[in-house]
Design a binder for this molecule. Sequence first.
Ligand code: PBG
Length: 332
Amino acid sequence: MNFPKSRLSRLRKNKEIRALIQENTVGVNDLITPIFVTEGLNKKVAIKSMPNYFCFSIDLLLKEIFECTSLGLNCFLLFAKIPESLKDNSGLEACNPKGLMQRSIKKIKSVFPNIILMSDVALDPYSIFGQDGIVKDNQIDNDITIDVLSEMALSHVDSGVDFVAPSDMMDGRVKSIRTILEKNKYFKTGIMSYSAKYASSFYGPFRDALDSSPTSNMDKRSYQINPSNSKIAMLEAKQDILEGADIIMIKPGMPYLDILNMISKEYNVPVAVYQVSGEYSMIYSAHIKGWLNLDDVIIESCIAFKRAGATLISTYFSKKIAKLISEKKFYL
Ligand code: PBG
């Protein structure tokens, strides 16, 4: 209407002007790096459906973390691959003070006291059914599960973790975890709750990594959110905040930017988004085929998370992103 007085492309004329007015960018402090640990020594196990991503034994994981910290990455989200022989339907191993998760936390925090270490709290890596909770008559028993999850969370915190990250989607688990932490005087331990976690098919490669796929007779739709719905995600977030969550998370990332945007506008807590394994694998495999430019797509996806309202981004691309940040590639 105001043309030629207003030419909106004036502010896109060159890189410098675009940088001057760019609204969103990404810094290393915005990133959470997921890490996978397995039993053994000197092990670096490739994950078949996550090209160039690995599950490490504790000794090599320490080296990996060191490499990440030298790139400026300082926040890690730990997952453990539990041997088949230790899985059951009780969550016993999940609470074992000498379990793989607990030993890893102790070791990592003793070597890197200043990193922020977060741990996944859910039963699926420990479950013979690949379910996040305890199964009774083909259903998850919510209330028994949250008691076990709280014990599990406490054992992680006893081992030295800075944040627990319940990813199970049981009702009332944040309240239950917050209560047990308060009771044990862990007043300053954080809870990053997976509040809006959808029943997504984009988690497939992660389940390959931990060998934690649900058994065929039961999926996770009775507790993770229906991908068709958005209002319920608001309620989930609200409840978790009221129950004591410090950071809330939306997951997956790119297919759920609307949810991320809605929640980050509504609530005044830091909001994390998880660019999940399936998103990683789609982008990475297209790169291997030569169909997409890896760096450019990673940058664009991260900027999109920021634009939608994310404070934090959990992503398997974090090392790559840290390098791109240091090369100032995030100005488009
Ligand atoms: C376990 C958990 C899952 C993911 C994070 N924590 C899988 C699931 O719920 O089935 C997925 C992460 C990813 O796909 O990258 N509760």
